[in-house]
Structure formats: structure tokens, C-alpha cells
Design a protein around this ligand. Structure first.
Ligand SMILES: C[S@@+](CC[C@H](N)C(=O)[O-])C[C@H]1O[C@@H](n2cnc3c(N)ncnc32)[C@H](O)[C@@H]1O
Length: 584
């Protein structure tokens, strides 16, 4: 079987992930972990969880090409297994559902090499789910997706004496501290039941999923845990009328969160102390009963948690804290945007569906870019709301097109077309001191980007062009179009891509950041954004093959795409149909 350099790199990355998981298990115990996963938990809730749940393992999903490679990875990390691998049921089915495959096509095995705690006493394990991915098989796509998302990385706690009452009580405590049910299942091979949660974990923790593992068949408790439909996930087991009620009240959730942000309540609260609604009302100039009603609803949404006596009141959760203005990558601007101008235009969605033209333009009398550009406060809010999801750019500096440009002997230039507030260029230039940047934007946005790049110390390596897509500067080495094409219809996209193609030297790369509509209709945030684009912007989300056709019309070739955080992808295009040899 032939393996490529890329296969070997992936294998090394998987081994590094396995080693990190083993170290994590060695260094932590229940008492130190629970407050990391559930910030702010203490007192009786912490004692109840720590008393019933023992930290058992950190879980990770690996993609060895065969059994021999898996054995070598384990040996590399000093891990040994003394029991044969068991077939996985739960993770195999989760993967099958996520990737629309038949479970039988996915050979997922579970191994649990033991690891001793740092204090030497407690025996814990690393739980390895191994999906065999032979080189060049079509499972490589699944592996690439899962490696980026890390959906299956989790921390597991074993429930010592599980009974229905204990399990329901533990699930309730976890929910009270911001943990959301996220699947689970019964594995008859092991006679064990797992309950998965996503938690508001501290960044420092590195894990966001928690698993409660109970020996035995606890499918009754599991049924209650699983009955929780996400807005964009598949229909739940609830009766249809109940599901529909949940969906129809979605706009109330948007407004509850937006109102929370507009009234600056997150800034008035903190994640460690509970506030009584009356005290908070006095401090924020709100009505005590009105505020208590809002907070109870926000507790259901997970933005605050409701504390029982003696600390009665409401505490900000990690999710709610993202709405504070000073939070890193604050999502407050998005709350104001989705609960403000875009909320109003969604009220006129019928117009967009009837005519195919944006409801926003119909309501406000002009295109959203022009509308925001005329109002400095709205323009600033728009820039900040784009920055709220700039976490999707984090892996970009490591893209091979950028690392190759950074290694080139002559200084290379990255041209960010419609680069917004300059955040993407900031991340790229900070990671690669050898690169120069050019940012093309409309005049008001150039000023904002200049401030951001100057403040980051990259200003001296950056040029700015205030202009239009027709002014894409020539002579760059890597061109970037991030979240631009989805704003426009196909004809305008072809035009923009032709401007880029004209400016690009033959050796140049084009990186396009967008959300991709799934080819198979599986649930995705891109599908919701597609509707947002229709209603508010006049653009659309597209599938990868749709982008390939638009690129081809402009004389460019799509070379592939890789996933980014927040459901985004980076598409890589060039003028030549086959990759050029690296620049020297
Ligand atoms: C959705 S934002 C994306 C910004 C940035 N690339 C990012 O990902 O954060 C689209 C950008 O296109 C810019 N834009 C709109 N029309 C343009 C035009 N005719 N020429 C150049 N830029 C334009 C807007 O100012 C806006 O910043």
C-alpha cells in the first residue's frame, strides 16, 4: 500500500493528539476537571457530581490506515492494551449520521489503554476510537473533516452506582451549569450506556464534550436525555406539534439574546456570582419582573444559569459571556445585527421568496452594503459582526499556499480582496513575518483595516487600495476572497473572479473562504445562511461543485477544499489545472 507525505503528516498529527490525550489523563482528576468543564460550579452541585462521577478517560478519534500503524502509534505514546478492541456502536452511528454513510461501512473499534494518574493511585485510560482509513479510500474525506472538528474528543466520567434517579439528578445538575445534551446510546457489546453533553468549558480545558458512562442498560434515562432537538438538526422524537412549537418560537430566542446584549446585562453579571433579579434590575435600570422573566427564558437557552437557595439568583454562563462587549471574539455585534436590521428584514422574507430579490433592499430602500456604509455606527457594527466569527480564519496561515509563499526566496505578497476590517490579513501577516499584504476595500472599510493592522504591528508590511472589485491589484502571490462571493449572484461572482484571474500571475494561488452547502442535503449551518443571503444580501451559499463551475468560467481551476472552524471551508484555486512545482 503506498502512502504519501500528506498521509504520513496526518499520522504524525494523530499520534501527537494521542500523546496529548494521555498526558491530560495523567495530570487531571475529577475535582480539578469538573470546574474546568463547568466554570463556576461549586458547593453541593460540585460535591454531588464529584461524589458520583469518577474521571475515567479522555477520548479521541484516530484514523490509522491499518492495525499495524495503530499499534505503532500506541507504542510511540508509551501506551499498551491488554484487551482486544471492541466494536463501537455509538461513535460508529454518530459518524454514519454525520457523513450520511451506512454504519456497516465504518469499521470503528474501541481500545482503552490504561494510564495512571500523576499521584500514581487512580487507574484511568485513554479511550481510542479507531476508524480504519486505507490510503486513497473515500473515507479520507471523513477523516479530514473529523480531524478539524474534533467532534469526538471528550472527557468521560464513570457513574459509580448508577440508578435511574441518580442518572436523572446528575443530568439535571449538568444542565443547570450550562451543559447541553448531545446524543448518547447503549452499547450491548459492553452493556454500558453513555450520555454525551457539550459543556461551556474553559478555553484552557481543550475539551468541550463530556460523557457520563453508566454500566448497564439505562435506555429509559437515555430517552429523556436524547429528547432535545437542535434548531438545525434532524427532527426529534417529540410529537410533531411540540417540535413545531419549539421551532415557531425561534424568533423569541433571537430577541431574548439580542435584548440581553442591548441592555448590557452580560456586562453587569459575572460567571462566578449569582445575582438576584431585583438587584440586577436596580443596577441596569430595568423592571424587576420584566428582567426576571427574560432571565428565566435565557436560563432555558443556556445564556444564564439559575441558582438555587441559598445563592438564589442568576449567574452568567460561558455562552452568555460571549455577549459581553469585552469578551475575546465577542458575539455581541452579531446579536445586535441579527436582532436588529437583519431581524426586521427577515419579517419580509415572503418578498424575497416571491421575487428572488432581497427583503432588506425592499424594506430599507437600498442594498445592505450601501445602507451600512452611509451610517458609521452601522458600518462599525457590521465590521465587528464579521470579526465575531473570524475564529474560522485561525487555521488559514497554515494553508500550504501561504506557507509556500512565506518560504519563497523573494518576498511574497498576499492580496486580500474585499478584506473587510483586516482581521484575516492580520492573522496571516502575524504568522508569517516574511509576507507582505495588500488589502482592497471600499474607502470606509480601508480606514478601519489600517487601524487594526497598525495596532497589530503589521502596518509597515501592508498596502491599501480603496476601490472596487475591478481594482484588484496585479502581481500578488496569494489572493484571498473571504466571505465575499456568497454576497453576490452567479453573474457578479464570475465578474469578481475574472478581475482576480486577470490580476493573478500564472504561479499565484487563490484562496476562497466560504460555507459550503452539503452535497447530500445533510443538516448544516450553510443551509440557514443560504436563506439569510437570499433575504438580506441578494447572494447565496453554494456547493463546492458550483464554485468549481464559476471558477472555470473565469479561467481558474479548483484544486480542492479543506474544512475550517464554524462550518466554513477554504477552497484552493489556480490558473493551472495541475499544481505548479513549489516556488524557490
Ligand atoms: C461579508 S464582508 C467580508 C469581509 C472580509 N473578507 C471578511 O471575511 O471578514 C464583504 C466585504 O465586501 C466589501 N465590498 C462590498 N462591495 C464591494 C466592492 N464593490 N468592492 C470591494 N469591496 C466590496 C464590503 O465592504 C465588505 O467588507
Amino acid at each position: 500500500m503506498t502512502t504519501t507525505l500528506l498521509d504520513e503528516t496526518m499520522l504524525r498529527d494523530d499520534t501527537a493528539r494521542l500523546r496529548a490525550a494521555a498526558e491530560f489523563v495523567r495530570e487531571h482528576d475529577s475535582a480539578s476537571l469538573l470546574p474546568l468543564l463547568l466554570p463556576g460550579i461549586d458547593g453541593p452541585d460540585l460535591r454531588a457530581l464529584a461524589g458520583h462521577c469518577r474521571f475515567a478517560h479522555a477520548g479521541t478519534l484516530l484514523f490509522p490506515p491499518d492495525e499495524e500503524s495503530l499499534r505503532a502509534q500506541l507504542a510511540d505514546c508509551g501506551l499498551a492494551v491488554d484487551t482486544p478492541p471492541q466494536p463501537s456502536v455509538v461513535v460508529r452511528e454518530r459518524l454514519a449520521r454525520r457523513h450520511r454513510r451506512e454504519p456497516a461501512e465504518l469499521d470503528v473499534r474501541i481500545l482503552r489503554p490504561q494510564v495512571s494518574g500523576a499521584a500514581g493511585g487512580e487507574r484511568r485510560a485513554v479511550e481510542i476510537f479507531a476508524l480504519t482509513v486505507p490510503p486513497h479510500s473515500d473515507l479520507e474525506r471523513i477523516a479530514a473533516h473529523e480531524r478539524t472538528r474534533g467532534h469526538e474528543a471528550h472527557l468521560a466520567f464513570e457513574v459509580d452506582h448508577p440508578d435511574p434517579l441518580v442518572l436523572r439528578g446528575l443530568c439535571a445538575i449538568l444542565a443547570r451549569h450550562g451543559a447541553h445534551p448531545d446524543g448518547g446510546g447503549y452499547n450491548p457489546h459492553e452493556d454500558g450506556t453513555v450520555f454525551y453533553f457539550t459543556t461551556p468549558a474553559d478555553e484552557a480545558c481543550g475539551y468541550r464534550r463530556l460523557e457520563l458512562y453508566a454500566h448497564g442498560d439505562h435506555r429509559d434515562a437515555l430517552a429523556a436525555h436524547l429528547d432535545d432537538p437542535g434548531r438545525y438538526s434532524r427532527p426529534s422524537a417529540r410529537p410533531p406539534a411540540e417540535t413545531l412549537l419549539h421551532l415557531l418560537t425561534g424568533a423569541w430566542s433571537t430577541q431574548a439574546l439580542a435584548s440581553f446584549a442591548r441592555l448590557r446585562l452580560p456586562e453587569a453579571m459575572d460567571t462566578r456570582t449569582a445575582h438576584r433579579a431585583e438587584d440586577l434590575a436596580r443596577r441596569t435600570g430595568t423592571h424587576p419582573r420584566g428582567l426576571a422573566t427574560l432571565l428565566r427564558c435565557l436560563a432555558m437557552l443556556g445564556a444564564v444559569s439559575r441558582e438555587e437557595p441559598p445563592r438564589e439568583g442568576f449567574r452568567l454562563t460561558a455562552l452568555g459571556a460571549l455577549l459581553r462587549e469585552d469578551a475575546p471574539a465577542s458575539m455581541r455585534p452579531l446579536a445586535l445585527m441579527y436582532g436588529g436590521p437583519f431581524y426586521r428584514s427577515f419579517g419580509a422574507l415572503d418578498h424575497a421568496v416571491r421575487t428572488g430579490r432581497p427583503a432588506f433592499d425592499h424594506l430599507f430602500g437600498e442594498n445592505h452594503f450601501d445602507h451600512f456604509a452611509r451610517d458609521p455606527e452601522l458600518a462599525d457594527l457590521f465590521d465587528r459582526s464579521m470579526a465575531a466569527s473570524s475564529r474560522m480564519f485561525e487555521p488559514l496561515p497554515a494553508h500550504p499556499a501561504l506557507t509556500a509563499a512565506a518560504r519563497a526566496s523573494a518576498p511574497a505578497t498576499v492580496v486580500d480582496v474585499a478584506g473587510g476590517n483586516g482581521e484575516l490579513l492580520r492573522q496571516v501577516l502575524t504568522a508569517h513575518p516574511a509576507l507582505r499584504g495588500v488589502l482592497l476595500e471600499r474607502p470606509h472599510a480601508v480606514a478601519t483595516a489600517r487601524r487594526l493592522l497598525d495596532a497589530a504591528g503589521c502596518g509597515t508590511r501592508c498596502d491599501y487600495r480603496a476601490g472596487d472589485f475591478a481594482d484588484v491589484p496585479s502581481g500578488g502571490d496569494v489572493y484571498v476572497l473571504a466571505r465575499v462571493l456568497h454576497d453576490w449572484d452567479d453573474d457578479r461572482c464570475r465578474e469578481i473572479l475574472r478581475h482576480c484571474a486577470r490580476a493573478m500571475p500564472d504561479h499565484a494561488d487563490l484562496l476562497i473562504v466560504e460555507r459550503l452547502l452539503p452535497a447530500d442535503g445533510s443538516p448544516s449551518l450553510a443551509t440557514a445562511w443560504d436563506l439569510h443571503m437570499l433575504c438580506n444580501v441578494g447572494g447565496r451559499e453554494r456547493r463546492a461543485d458550483h464554485y468549481a463551475r464559476l471558477l472555470a468560467d473565469a479561467g481558474l481551476h479548483l484544486h480542492g477544499h479543506t474544512p475550517l472552524p464554524l462550518d466554513a471551508h477554504v477552497l484552493h484555486a489556480r490558473k493551472t489545472p495541475v499544481p505548479c512545482p513549489p516556488r524557490t
